[in-house]
Unconditional design. Structure first.
Length: 185
């Protein structure tokens, strides 16, 4: 038993980051929205009507503003757009990225921030974006955001942190926990 205790202590001393990050996060699985993601704490589903230039859409989100973490905000959201918003469909890469361009530009404009990074990405075969927005509001903050367009549905996740905490492992853990669910409708 003593040998086991000594080994654990050696591991903790040699790699304290692994042990410090072993906080239990809470899996949030939403079968209706067909995705899951882990948050540092339990979150509740919220509903909001969002105005767009083509009409209002309903956004469903989960948001957390925890204490004593590297990120000030964790958020995931889902928005299903009516097909009538896209009379020519979304069947090409160019059409999909035009929608994503609008989402990216809208995100930066809504917070009056500056888009400082924008990368086209693919997740499970779906086109998406990974962006970073810098904003000044009583300090300098960074919004890290990933979004994916799945047919007429936009899945988005974001974290907000002080500029000095940008690139933290909690953002990576949050983004990496996102999964689309194959749910029969």
């Amino acid at each position: 038993m003593k040998l086991y205790t000594v080994l654990v202590l050696i591991l903790m001393i040699s790699n304290p980051i692994v042990f410090a990050q072993d906080k239990s996060w809470v899996n949030t699985k939403d079968l209706e929205l067909a995705y899951e993601i882990d948050f540092p704490e339990k979150v509740e589903k919220e509903f909001q009507e969002v105005p767009t230039d083509k009409g209002n859409v309903n956004m469903v989100s989960y948001m957390l503003s925890p204490n004593n973490m590297d990120n000030l905000v964790y958020m995931s959201s889902y928005t299903k757009y009516p097909s009538s918003f896209f009379p020519n469909g979304l069947d090409t890469f160019e059409k999909q990225h035009k929608v994503l361009d609008g989402a990216v530009n809208g995100a930066a404009a809504n917070v009056k921030g500056q888009l400082i990074a924008d990368k086209k990405i693919v997740f499970n075969g779906y086109n998406g974006r990974s962006i970073k927005i810098e904003l000044e509001s009583g300090g300098t903050y960074i919004i890290n955001m990933k979004m994916f367009l799945v047919d007429y549905k936009l899945y988005m996740m974001q974290t907000i942190c002080a500029k000095g905490n940008d690139g933290n492992s909690e953002t990576t853990r949050f983004f990496d926990s996102f999964e689309l669910l194959n749910v029969k409708q």
